[in-house]
Design a protein around this ligand. Structure first.
Ligand code: RB5
Length: 148
């Protein structure tokens, strides 16, 4: 199950990704927003991020105007590793090296076709593990100290 969320700035690319998942028969849960009417991105980013953190959803894709605001929200939540991605290389590497569990994209940065391509790469690239596992564990240790 993939968690989706956006604000008005990310609505169009979220819809492009949502329709693509639909066509690919990939299950998703869409936490909104559901139009281009102005809303506050933290509300929607938090909902999708909590669904990933609780393991209700395996991965998340969240969008705003830049991808930055939603990533800031997501990375506040324990267990989330959210990455703002604008190109194919980073979409692949953030799965392989960072084991990112949320992809963040900006509707004012990339178009729907690019968002679908980046989402596909993100969803289908496994974590490399090995030395990268140690580094990701180090992120979790920092997070644990912060929440202690
Ligand atoms: C909304 O205007 C915009 O600030 C938002 O979509 C996002 O880009 C924030 O980071």
């Amino acid at each position: 199950m993939i968690a989706l969320a956006c604000d008005h700035g990310g609505y169009e690319i979220k819809e492009a990704v949502r329709k693509h998942l639909e066509m690919q028969h990939i299950d998703y849960k869409d936490f909104g927003t559901y139009s281009t009417q102005s809303v506050d991105y933290p509300i929607y980013a938090e909902k999708a991020s909590r669904a990933v953190a609780s393991k209700e959803c395996e991965l998340g894709i969240i969008c705003c105007g830049t991808g930055i605001g939603v990533s800031m929200v997501a990375n506040k939540i324990k267990g989330i590793r959210a990455a703002v991605v604008t190109n194919e290389f980073c979409a692949e590497m953030t799965r392989r090296h960072n084991n990112a569990n949320i992809l963040c994209m900006g509707g004012r940065v990339i178009d729907g076709k690019t968002a679908v391509k980046l989402a596909d790469i993100f969803l289908h690239t496994p974590f490399d593990g090995g030395r990268h596992e140690n580094r990701v564990n180090m992120i979790s240790e920092i997070e644990a100290k912060e929440n202690a």
